[in-house]
Design a protein around this ligand. Structure first.
Ligand code: ATP
Length: 273
């Protein structure tokens, strides 16, 4: 029986029970659709170099789960495997019970992936870009309009959506891309370094944007090397370094466990052990 985990979400207190009820083998021996993501003993080698040494973790629906670790830890590699872009060397990852290797096409219908270095067509306006992307994701005109409306509201960019993307700041660009990533109401959003390169104000906006959209039940798997940021944003975090997950828990649970004031200090302690 898995332990029950009480999660504190900023100023919004919510308790989430993550227990074995969510996960059971189905009749084909696959995983229950109860969990948004189940990663088991995942390994990835690039040639002779093993970037992931067999990582395991789970993400519940509506949960924000962060892989935190320094450059080169293996975060992007793990995210790309879950996003069905990269094949694992061994191990498994199931998204709502579907195997990333066998059911990649079906998984792509219910996830969205935002890479760290994502860009958009600079000559389009923000609105033009959202309309273009909505047409790619839906054939029905009414659904396309709904997607564009939803994304426009989420960006918070207002009239600036009518300006060319080439005139946007990094923060505006990231808001636009994140809004695009969640406009189709994915069941799992995979976001690599959501606020990388942004100033404090833009970073706070992005965090709030992610928080608001998960209130609808979307699960989020994100990566960050900014440990203080994930402390505010994530329900649970996995501490990853050199391809190994060293510990998983709520930010508060990990701080309590290691007797540290913040996740940066927890990280140093964990990787030293
Ligand atoms: P960062 O925060 O810098 O983006 P990361 O934690 O996302 O780092 P990865 O990009 O997953 O780490 O890289 C993990 C390791 O795998 C690194 O040592 C990296 O050099 C290596 N690596 C990643 N992609 C490749 C590749 N295509 N070929 C060879 N090695 C790679």
């Amino acid at each position: 029986m898995r332990p029950k985990v009480m999660i504190r979400m900023g100023d919004l207190d919510r308790s989430v029970v993550l227990n074995s009820v969510l996960r059971c083998k189905d009749k084909w021996g696959g995983f229950s659709v109860g969990q948004a993501l189940v990663v088991e003993n995942l390994k990835k080698s690039y040639g002779k170099f093993e970037a992931l040494h067999g990582i395991s973790f789970e993400v519940a629906p509506g949960e924000i789960f962060a892989l935190i670790g320094p450059n080169g830890a293996g975060k992007t590699t793990a995210l790309r495997i879950v996003a069905t872009i990269l094949q694992p060397t061994s191990g498994t990852a199931h998204v709502y019970g579907m195997d990333v290797q066998k059911d990649a096409a079906r998984i792509r219908e219910i996830i969205s992936y935002l890479p760290e270095e994502a860009g958009a067509y600079k000559n389009l306006t923000g609105l033009g870009y959202l309309s273009f992307m909505a047409e790619l994701f839906a054939s029905d005109a009414a659904v396309q309009r709904e997607f564009v409306q939803r994304a426009s509201d989420i960006t918070g960019l207002g009239e600036r959506l009518r300006d060319k993307i080439g005139t946007y700041s990094k923060g505006m660009m990231r808001k636009l891309l994140l809004s695009r990533a969640v406009m189709t109401r994915p069941k799992l959003a995979i976001i690599d370094e959501p606020t990388s390169g942004l100033d404090v104000v833009a970073a706070i906006d992005i965090r709030q944007l992610i928080r608001r959209t998960t209130a609808e039940g979307m699960a989020v798997l994100l990566s960050s090397h900014n440990m203080l940021e994930v402390e505010y944003l994530s329900d649970r975090v996995a501490i990853i370094d050199k391809g190994t997950i060293h510990d998983v828990g709520t930010p508060q649970g990990l701080k309590d466990k290691y007797g540290k004031a913040n996740l940066e200090e927890v990280f140093v302690q964990v990787v030293k052990q």
